[in-house]
Design a protein around this ligand. Structure first.
Ligand SMILES: [Zn+2]
Ligand SMILES: [Zn+2]
Length: 455
């Protein structure tokens, strides 16, 4: 017996020593309690805006009959290397996590390809076409300067060639913006041609840059072979000057591609949506064809900076890449991160906390037990109340009610519970009235109405 007890004491001592050592080294504080590099918690005001943006995206998707797909965060890497094109920046920045056999797993870098994977995997082609889907969530990059988690949403219409689908996409992107308070968005369009006409344009561009390519920046030099349209968005002053007289793709696209672009422009004009052709738009992925577009809005500050919130177009090559089938896709990506930081910096969404006008104040155990019943009754009627059940005395509860500037206190003890009533006290005047439980909701609703007219 004594032996056992000594051993027990020894282990306890050892554990305490280890714990102490850990604390002394500061391990617990420095390592455990820090978010990993490039990631961040969404909290406080940012969280309120985040919720608002996400719920608008969900509302609009659900309202217009889009099926939301929630794909896993981890996917096979070859899904994206097959779909993005070998020179795509998204592909180069994929965040790999593990290998299973000869298959690499990555954190999803983008959404459109996962939608197509789901469309083919769940045989959504068997449903009546087009199939409309949407997604929203976090995506990941592994860049030289560190990892990054970012938020995106996207919408896709699969299986219908009509240009009206492209208009629907632009309409949805603008509707999301206007629902969160951005009403001045405009549309910029360009074309990337189709496999038929893009080759001709590529030749023209190659010819144009033949003598000049030595003067291009290193990024543009690479892009000239893989993604020549990206040359038009380079910010390097030398590259800007070099491209002044470069041939524009819109002058070289085929009749079909031109018709597609003009139809969209005509629709937007009829719908009084401000739109213009911008030859500087390009896309990083190789699955876009014909017209590409983006929705931008100006900041309401002196800079009048244009912010790009959404971009999209025809993704007709996507399904062909995976299944060989000829199936049109129209879609867009929404940059929720950019929208949230814009809404914050422009103070477009009111994130001020408004405490409830009522404070529930039970005194004694019987009253506390009854409180939960009252809370539920009020919640069902959308009446918000504050409470602090951990505090016992009237005085300590009153302190909290004071702090949040409650307008009314709902006071009740054992006696009131027995009589099925509460004492309703106005804090500004200390006037009290006894209100029976079955009239409480009605009386509180009246008080809210009065408060609203005063405010
Ligand atoms: Zn074409
Ligand atoms: Zn450049």
């Amino acid at each position: 017996m004594p032996k056992k007890s000594i051993r027990f004491v020894d282990i306890k001592k050892k554990l305490n020593k280890e714990k102490l050592d850990r604390m002394n080294r500061g391990v617990a504080k420095k390592i455990t309690c820090q978010v990993s590099k490039g990631m961040h918690d969404i909290i406080f005001d940012e969280r309120k805006i985040f919720d608002k943006v996400m719920s608008e995206i969900n509302n609009i998707g659900n309202f217009y009959g889009y099926e939301k797909i929630v794909p896993p965060i981890v996917e096979y890497a070859d899904l994206f290397s097959h779909g993005l094109g070998k020179d795509s920046l998204t592909l180069k920045e994929m965040f790999s996590v593990k290998s299973i056999g000869d298959k690499n797993l990555v954190l999803r870098p983008e959404g459109a390809i996962t939608m197509i994977r789901a469309y083919l995997e769940h045989n959504l082609a068997a449903f009546s076409q087009p199939v409309k889907v949407f997604y929203s969530g976090s995506y990941f990059k592994d860049k030289e300067e560190g990892n990054k988690e970012f938020y995106q949403a996207g919408f896709e219409i699969i299986g219908d060639d009509n240009t009206i689908n492209d208009i629907e996409m632009i309409f949805l992107a603008r509707t999301i913006l206007s629902n969160v308070g951005i009403h001045n968005s405009t549309v910029e369009l360009n074309s990337v041609g189709c496999p038929k006409c893009f080759k001709n344009y590529e030749k023209m561009l190659e010819k144009y840059y033949k003598e000049k390519s030595k003067k291009l920046c290193s990024v543009c030099k690479n892009n000239l072979k893989s993604n020549p349209l990206a040359l038009f968005s380079c910010e390097d002053e030398k590259c800007k000057a070099l491209r002044v007289d470069a041939p524009r793709i819109t002058d070289f696209i085929c009749v079909d591609c031109k018709g597609h672009l003009q139809t969209i422009l005509r629709y937007l004009k009829d719908m009084k949506i401000p739109a213009e052709i911008n030859p500087e738009i390009s896309v990083d992925t190789n699955y876009y064809t014909r017209t590409i577009w983006r929705v931008v809005a100006e900041a309401n500050n002196e800079s009048k900076d244009k912010v790009v919130f959404a971009w999209g177009g025809r993704q007709d090559e996507l399904i062909r890449l995976f299944s060989g089938q000829n199936k049109p896709v129209s879609g867009f990506v929404f940059d929720t991160d950019r929208l949230i930081s814009f809404l914050r910096s422009q103070r477009i969404i009111d994130t001020k906390y408004r405490p409830p006008a009522f404070f529930l104040m039970p005194v004694g155990e019987t009253a506390k037990r009854k409180s939960f019943e009252i809370l539920e009754e009020l919640r069902r009627n959308d009446i918000k109340v504050a409470f602090s059940f951990g505090k016992d005395s009237v005085r300590s509860q009153m302190k909290i009610a004071d702090k949040i500037k409650a307008r009314y206190i709902l006071l009740f003890g054992q006696e009131e519970v027995g009589r099925e009533e509460v004492i309703l006290q106005e804090t500004s005047s200390d006037l009290q009235e006894n209100v029976s439980m079955n009239r409480l909701v009605k009386v509180l609703k009246n008080k809210i109405e009065k408060l609203n007219t005063i405010n």
